[in-house]
Design a protein around this ligand. Structure first.
Ligand code: UDP
Length: 513
């Protein structure tokens, strides 16, 4: 399907020979060529971004846009092993997967501790390969299906350089929270004001250079990687780059809704005027698929997992047997790792709270070794009675289960949105990236949970669980319910996120060359 095209100029060198002399003329030709809109989606190779971007890809396909998702070989292999993505996406003739190397050997753990090696692989192998694909390879204007818009992860500054070089529009997808993104965008101001790096160790000092947060954001609530002594740090350089690149993009897609983040968006729009708020993305995605299954031949699918680990679905039958609103769901997401000491403190705290718990113990999520003889017998016995341990679960379904009373989470942005939308209050125990900021917003701005950052012992966990499930439950529910309702309204027909997705689709369609 070719859309109406626009004219553009092609310059060619033409060599003429005359009286043994050669003259090179610059010949200019006006061409009227049209290309169908074709979006290239390029996620950061991690669970959260891959999951979100596949959802966005499906939404764009449903709107008739051709989409290619560019995954690293490693992510693609893992997705194929644990999900039905190939058959699910084969329903869309306008969808394709393409892969690219991340520059690391197959058996590299790609863990958070070795994040710098992941960055180095991207820099030396992925970036030049991406440039080649865009400039002269499979996505270039010389190819059969040229890319007309790039939607990469917000941290891929190299993608904007390539887009500017070949003059095609780029829209960043920021999969971190808006509140954390805002602290990234304010980094130059924070440095100029001398607020980062921190002078002294007092983590409770308020931060003044992040507009909209002056009364509650402390040093300890800034992204974890801001806790450094000097700015030469590699991750800081990545964030500085991001802060400079994001405002240069055509637009920015964010997984939030206007009502949730109004106090931040009002400031962010001064720097990035074209923001598409399409969250809660998982709910928008679910709604649009449900509508498509009623209005088109597309059948509704029960398994829509994009998980990089095999999901244990038997936990849902275990939840069926638990009393309503009684269970604490525990997960630290796809990247964070706790020490052996922290592992035992959490376990003991959960057991001492006396509440049933469903705990995701992702392979590799505990740093260091312990042997079974170290495990106190009371933990083993009590866990048998009222605990369920799994390596990975269908989290959206778990949070929607009536037995869930609260979520002990690392405060990743997807987990936070999923929990709010199910009206589940949280205990946030943040590790890094956006989690420190998110947990402050959970406790101080949205008032839907407890922030235990920088602490982790059995007494604190036991008290927080009791507060979450009993003592402060009504207070949290009073705050989380209206948020969940406005989130649902924003993705319903004519809601703000619903309309922003439509605007994104229209903009992408109008950008065909
Ligand atoms: N998740 C899941 N099963 C699990 C744990 C997590 O499906 O057992 C999903 C969760 O629903 C969320 C994503 O993994 O969509 C984690 O993303 P988040 O931004 O919360 O944290 P990250 O993993 O990026 O630190």
């Amino acid at each position: 399907m070719l859309k109406s095209g626009v004219s553009f100029l092609r310059f060619q060198n033409i060599t003429l020979s005359c009286s043994n002399k050669s003259y090179t003329l610059l010949h200019c030709q006006t061409l009227s060529i049209s290309m169908a809109p074709h979006v290239l989606i390029f996620p950061l190779p991690m669970q959260g971004p891959v999951n979100c971007m596949l959802k966005l890809a499906e939404l764009l396909c449903l709107s008739g846009i051709s989409v290619t998702v560019l995954n690293t070989d490693h992510i693609q292999r893992t997705l194929l092993r644990h999900t039905n993505v190939l058959s699910r996406f084969s329903r869309y003739p306008n969808f394709h997967f393409q892969t690219i190397s991340d520059g690391l050997p197959h058996d590299h753990p790609r863990s958070s501790e070795r994040f710098l090696e992941v960055c180095e692989g991207m820099r030396t192998v992925t970036e030049p390969a991406f440039r080649e694909m865009m400039v002269s390879g499979c996505f270039s204007s010389k190819s059969a299906s040229p890319v007309t818009v790039i939607i990469p992860d917000g941290s891929f500054s190299f993608a904007l350089d390539v887009a500017e070089e070949i003059q095609i529009p780029l829209i960043y997808f920021e999969t971190v929270s808006p509140c954390a993104l805002w602290t990234y965008l304010c980094l130059p101001k924070l440095i100029e004001a001398g607020e980062v790096p921190f002078n002294g160790n007092d983590l409770d000092v308020l931060i003044r250079s992040v507009p909209g947060t002056e009364t509650f954001l402390r040093r300890r609530d800034l992204p974890g990687f801001y806790r450094i002594d000097n700015l030469a740090n590699h991750v800081m350089q990545i964030i500085m780059n991001e802060a400079q690149h994001v405002p240069r993009a055509y637009g920015v897609i964010i997984n939030t809704f206007d009502e949730l983040d109004a106090s931040i968006l009002v400031h962010m729009r001064n720097l990035c005027p074209n923001i598409y708020c399409i969250g809660p993305l998982h709910t928008l995605h679910k709604n649009r698929l449900a509508v498509a299954s009623k209005t088109t031949t597309l059948k509704q699918q029960s398994d829509v997992s994009n998980s990089l680990w095999e999901e244990n679905r038997t936990c849902l039958s275990w939840l069926d047997m638990q009393p309503a609103k009684s269970v604490v769901y525990v997960s630290i997401g796809s990247m964070a790792r706790m020490t052996v000491d922290q592992f035992f403190e959490i376990w003991q705290g959960l057991v001492n709270s006396g509440k049933p718990f469903l705990w995701v113990q992702r392979p590799g999520s505990v740093l260091g070794e312990y042997d079974d003889s170290q495990v106190p017998q009371n933990l083993v016995d009590e866990t048998k009675q009222r605990g369920f341990i799994a390596t990975w679960v269908p989290q959206e379904e778990v949070l929607a289960h009536p037995a869930i009373g609260g979520f002990l989470t690392h405060g990743g942005w997807n987990s936070t949105m999923e929990s709010i939308m199910e009206g589940v209050p949280m205990i946030c125990w943040p590790f890094y990236v956006d989690q420190q900021v998110n947990s402050r917003f959970v406790s101080e701005v949205w008032k839907v949970g407890i922030d235990i950052k920088d602490t982790c012992d059995r007494v604190i966990i036991e008290k927080a669980v009791n507060d979450l499930i009993h003592v402060k439950r009504d207070e949290f529910i009073r705050s989380v319910k209206p948020l969940a309702e406005s989130g649902a309204q924003s993705v319903a027909q004519d809601g703000s996120s619903y309309m922003d997705l439509n605007r994104l689709v229209e903009d992408v369609k109008s950008m065909n060359l």
